[in-house]
Every structure is written in structure tokens, then in C-alpha cells.
Design a protein around this ligand. Structure first.
Ligand code: TYC
Length: 107
């Protein structure tokens, strides 16, 4: 066997590019509600049911958690959806003269 046969690595010096990894998942955002001393409990429960699709039972539990802990998660969404929820909830609360604060945090 000749040297050129023995040492030929058959790739002609070309590096083969591995397949690019798939695109990263989009960052997700938690939409949160903050406690305050003035917004009625029933109004917070209504928000959690209407805008975050919770049952009355779950909404009540989440509202009480916010009431005692100061903050609670309503859901986790892509950036656009989270931003829209925050705007809609804050507008709805102001329309009803409540100071309830909705915000978002990157997960
Ligand atoms: N702390 C309010 C009260 O006692 C109730 C409340 C709960 C307000 C959750 C805001 O995000 C909130 N009426």
C-alpha cells in the first residue's frame, strides 16, 4: 500500500459544518399582580378569571396568596402576549378606579 493511500483521510481538507442547532426558544415572561390595600378581593378574582382563564377556586387561591405574600403569578407567556395582558389589566383596573398593579418579569 502506498503512502498516499495509507494517509489519505478522504476529506480533501474540507471541514464539514455540523448542522446548526435549532433556534432558541423565545424568552418567557411571568405576568404578576402586586398586592395593595385598596383593590377589592372580588375585583382581583374577576381579573384572574376573565384575563387569565382561572376557575373561581384557583383565582381565589391566587388572590389570597398575593394578599398575604405581596405578589403572585397569573401566568407565563411570550413577550408580546405578556405585554398585552399587562396593558389590558392595568387599563381595566384604572377604568374601575382601582390601583391594582400588573407587571411582567422575564422567567
Ligand atoms: N389586599 C387587598 C384587600 O385587602 C386585596 C388584593 C389582593 C389586592 C390581591 C390586590 O393583587 C391584589 N382588599
Amino acid at each position: 500500500m502506498s503512502d498516499s493511500e495509507r494517509f489519505n483521510d478522504h476529506d480533501d481538507g474540507l471541514a464539514v459544518q455540523e448542522a446548526k442547532p435549532k433556534l432558541k426558544k423565545p424568552p418567557m415572561y411571568k405576568v404578576v399582580l402586586l398586592n395593595d390595600d385598596f383593590t377589592p378581593m372580588d375585583f382581583v378574582i374577576e381579573i384572574l378569571m376573565e384575563f387569565f382563564g382561572m376557575s373561581e377556586e384557583l383565582a381565589t387561591r391566587v388572590m389570597l396568596q398575593i394578599h398575604t405574600q405581596g405578589i403572585g403569578v397569573c401566568g407565563t407567556y411570550t413577550k408580546d402576549v405578556a405585554e398585552t395582558k399587562v396593558v389590558i389589566v392595568n387599563e381595566y383596573s384604572r377604568e374601575h378606579q382601582h390601583p391594582l398593579m400588573c407587571a411582567m418579569e422575564e422567567v
